[in-house]
Design a protein around this ligand. Structure first.
Ligand code: HPA
Ligand code: ZN
Length: 337
């Protein structure tokens, strides 16, 4: 078991499901709040951590939006992103595809350009200093209207050289993918990649809609797809990547115990899951912690772990030569590990 944990930890890997605002560590949150003169409703880092006890997605989201509200300036977004990138590099992440929530910032009067500037400068530095490649995906908040999402897509037009795709996040139940059919069609027309959170708390029907209506290239989470055999066959047949987030699933009570996590069932059903940290500061761990938690709780074998690592690159939006290069790196590592 320890061997598999270190095999996974030392392996080069990609992370494909990471909300940059969810990587906001309490110490940095306090520092940025202080320099911006913003008051947090917590007295200490310990006080913040104690509040991270969630019984569902909404309870988490309420605190997550509160946390990001201290981000005001370009440098704040840079510092947030750089902190994640250096931490991810320590977990041997060599490629990352990060989400950000523009509406969580523009709603508070922060310019779209300021968020993008800070995030993309950090991504460029990661390329230069850490050798880490990246893609940037902006998510629409699904509890807001499709009209709002259209306005956000419009905000993105001057930045299409640095934004690779759109996603869909926030409160799932009651906000099905079909609510965003037209704005996703427009994003696809503009050449953007499209992904969506589906089947985290929402039913298998939402995963069908993400596939058939939004025409996603990946499904974020997708846990509840397992309730529908036809859907499993469809996802497996298409080789659709599922960006699974084990510690998130545990913290948000999508699974009651890591021993009940469906990752093994997904692999055995021929699905293509990969392992991600989602909102690592809130859910108790970065990507290697997620691998370790699964390996400790479940009878995963070496082949399973290798497959999960491979899926992280195969499911990425790297172009074919870059994908081949990172897969070759992983193969070299596995051959000698
Ligand atoms: N689900 C939905 N919305 C989110 C999440 C998540 O796990 N993290 C940040 N926004
Ligand atoms: Zn997520």
């Amino acid at each position: 078991m320890t061997d598999l944990i270190s095999l996974a930890a030392n392996a080069p890997k990609a992370e494909l499901h990471l909300h940059i605002e969810g990587s906001f560590e309490p110490a940095l949150m306090f520092e940025i709040a202080r320099r911006n003169g913003v008051k947090l409703p917590f007295a200490s880092v310990e006080g913040i951590r104690a509040a991270y006890d969630f019984s569902n997605l909404q309870e988490f989201l309420d605190i997550y939006y509160q946390g990001m509200s201290v981000l005001l300036k370009r440098q704040d977004f840079y510092d947030l992103t750089w902190a994640y990138l250096t931490r991810a590099a320590a977990d041997n992440v060599i490629h990352t595809e990060i989400f950000f929530d523009p509406q969580g910032h523009t709603e508070r009067g922060v310019a779209f350009a300021d968020a993008v500037d800070g995030i993309t400068r950090a991504l460029a530095d990661a390329r230069a200093k850490l050798g880490m490649s990246s893609k940037l995906i902006m998510c629409f908040l699904r509890h807001l209207s499709e009209e709002d999402a259209f306005a956000t897509l419009e905000d993105a037009v001057p930045f299409l050289s640095v934004i690779d795709g759109v996603g869909l996040d926030s409160s799932e139940v009651g906000h099905p993918p079909s609510k965003f059919a037209r704005v996703f069609a427009k994003a696809r027309e503009m050449g953007l990649r499209v992904v969506a959170h589906a089947g985290e708390e929402g039913p298998p029907d939402y995963v069908w809609e993400a596939l058939d209506i939004l025409k996603v290239a990946r499904v974020d989470h997708g846990n509840r797809a397992l309730e529908d055999k036809k859907l499993v066959a469809r996802l497996a047949g298409e080789g659709m990547c599922l960006t699974v987030c084990p510690l998130s699933n545990l913290k948000l009570c999508v699974v009651d115990d890591m021993k009940d996590h469906p990752i093994k069932a997904m692999l055995d059903a021929g699905l293509k899951p990969c392992i991600n940290s989602d909102d690592p500061s809130y859910f108790g761990g970065y990507v290697n912690d997620n691998f370790a938690a699964l390996i400790k709780a479940l009878p995963l074998n070496r082949k399973d772990v290798e497959q999960l690592l491979r899926n992280s690159f195969e499911g990425s939006f790297l172009d074919a030569p870059d994908k081949q290069a990172v897969l070759a790196k992983l193969d070299d590592y596995l051959a000698s590990a």
